[in-house]
Design a protein around this ligand. Structure first.
Ligand SMILES: *Cc1c(COP(=O)(O)O)cnc(C)c1O
Length: 362
């Protein structure tokens, strides 16, 4: 069967080159006579894989030496608890709510301390990013929390909030490695890799060393969520998601070969512009968020007529344009244009939308 253009929000498309390489190495990785899946995580061969993955990630993001890199498990959702457990030394944190994922993190953190909602865009179904240049940051807040790219609603922080000196914690699950980032502006950057970097089951955390301290803020923090232990053990306290980390490593190499994150950003801007420009000119389809806050990764759009939207999704699927159904809270459609979505996929989608528009008017 032909491969489709997969617009899924996650797990999502991966570079074909990476999948082919992994397939070629499936039975015998680098002369080891076994698959990476079958290999001890304590072996020299695996140590080289995880070391190289970390090194390549550090190169790509220019991660300063005073930041630790952690490959963890439990979904980005587990970090909703790990973040407060490790960081809430004063028992206080400020959250900016720009979508479902930020809201879930905010709700989870309430179990561990006093959590303030200092800004929100829920009044307009999360269709914009609030002005975060002068927020009422709490004096003794341990951190300020954001979800940098809102996977469901399709908005992104174009400028990071002014945290007035407090550490910024950002869930970057759906924009990770889509463009360069200045790590020094973050206390913790973390994300699940199944949106833009690899297979589900791996989270990557980049944590400023001084925030880890000698022990987590909460004494009851489970060992598996204890950043001090996990970083001291270099992601090998227990068996890590070995195969997933190996695939992430291949994606890092793919990104480096492409020219790094500046080159990736240029490609992503080009791809997103193709779809946004069409949405702005279409009489049938329209985007759902404020233009200034548009995400390059997740692009929701609607017709505003449910039967016609269903027809669109059905016919698109037949054309090999799959997973275009929007999140149930927004309705309509969503095209996720992650790093690995080829520009041909976006062109084909827009050509199909134009054709659909010419045949179906409201
Ligand atoms: C998908 C997603 C999550 C949840 O990830 P899990 O790995 O399923 O827990 C959290 N945050 C954002 C921004 C996401 O896109």
């Amino acid at each position: 069967m032909e491969r489709v253009y997969n617009f899924s929000a996650g797990p999502a498309v991966l570079p074909e080159e990476v999948l082919k390489e992994a397939a070629a190495e499936m039975l015998n990785y680098n002369g080891s006579g076994m698959s990476v899946m079958e290999m001890s995580h304590r072996s020299k061969t695996y140590q080289a894989i995880i070391d190289e993955a970390e090194k390549d990630l550090r190169d790509l993001l220019n991660i300063p030496a005073n930041y630790k890199v952690l490959f963890a498990q439990g979904g980005a959702s587990l970090q909703f608890a790990s973040v407060p457990m490790n960081l809430m030394r004063n028992g206080v944190a400020d959250y900016i709510i720009t979508g479902q994922w930020a809201k879930k993190a905010y709700q989870e953190a309430q179990k561990y301390g006093k959590v303030n909602k200092i800004a929100s865009s829920e009044d307009k179904i999360f269709s914009y990013i609030p002005d975060c240049s002068d927020l009422p940051i709490t004096d003794n807040a341990d951190y300020v929390y954001i979800c940098e790219n809102n996977t469901i609603y399709g908005t992104k922080f174009k400028t990071l909030p002014n945290t007035k000196g407090k550490p910024l914690v950002a869930d970057v699950s759906s924009c990770f490695l889509s463009e360069p980032a200045d790590i020094t502006k973050y206390g913790v950057m973390y994300g699940g890799v199944q949106k833009n970097v690899g297979p589900s089951g791996v989270q990557i955390l980049i944590i400023r060393e001084d925030l880890i301290g000698e022990k987590p803020a909460l004494a009851c923090t489970p060992t598996m969520m204890n950043w001090k232990i996990q970083t001291d053990e270099k992601s090998l306290y227990n068996t890590p998601p070995t195969y997933g980390i190996y695939i992430c490593g291949k994606v890092f190499k793919w990104l480096k070969k492409l020219g790094g994150l500046s080159a990736m950003k240029e490609i992503n801007e080009k791809k997103a512009a193709i779809l946004y420009n069409y949405l702005d000119s279409s009489k049938l389809f329209r985007g759902t968020v404020e233009k200034k806050d548009r995400s390059l990764m997740n692009i929701p759009f609607v017709i505003g007529n449910e039967p016609l939207e269903e027809k669109f999704i059905k016919e698109a699927t037949k054309e090999g344009l799959t997973s275009l159904k929007g999140h149930r809270t927004v309705g309509g459609m969503r095209a996720s244009l992650y790093n690995a979505m080829p520009i041909e996929g976006v062109n084909k989608l827009v050509a199909f939308m134009k054709d659909f528009e010419s045949k179906n008017s409201l």
